[in-house]
Design a protein around this ligand. Sequence first.
Ligand code: SF4
Length: 208
Amino acid sequence: MAIAYPYDGVLYLAATKRCTLACTFCPKQHGRWIVAGNDLRNDAEPSADELFAAAEALHPERFREVAFVGLGEPTMRLPVVVEVGRRLRAHGHRVRLVTDGLASLRAGHDVAPELAGSVDEVIVSLNAADPATYVKLCPNRYGEAAHAAACDFIRAARKHVERVEASVVAVPGLDLAACRRLAHELGVPLRERPWFDPLVGEPHEARA
Ligand code: SF4
């Protein structure tokens, strides 16, 4: 089980295996948890000290950035992300957060201010251009409301984090032009991730 692992010049941290979304394009929804040779199916969730120590053990200065990703939604453990991010940045490391953008929806209030000073960049999974497509691709307990919440989170994060992007996985049939228009309206660039068949593709590329 790994909570910190290198991949393609980035040091990745996995704070949890839990998610709010059950994305149809995600390999873990199909029982595939191995990323770059690391099994990320961690039942025990690391403390901030444990996660920071795991990052330090891999010498973050050797990487261009440290990224909170998964397989799991990092902001399910927002206090850990905030603390570890602050400590890494205090040591001069660049920190990126990849998130579903649903932290404020889960918390019931705007948590974006908590990211100030703890991350340099946030990439929010927009997933689709409209709520109906979103919930079809990413079933979740909030239903279509999750799409608007992710959009709101992008707007809120822009007030507190230097760089914010939206992302989609280019699932066959997804209206990428509409996704680009929505990202433009939200004032952020759109990162278009390649789609791989989740049963045979590369798990790392398909993550949110
Ligand atoms: S793509 Fe990301 S948010 Fe979606 S189920 Fe997989 S790890 Fe969770």
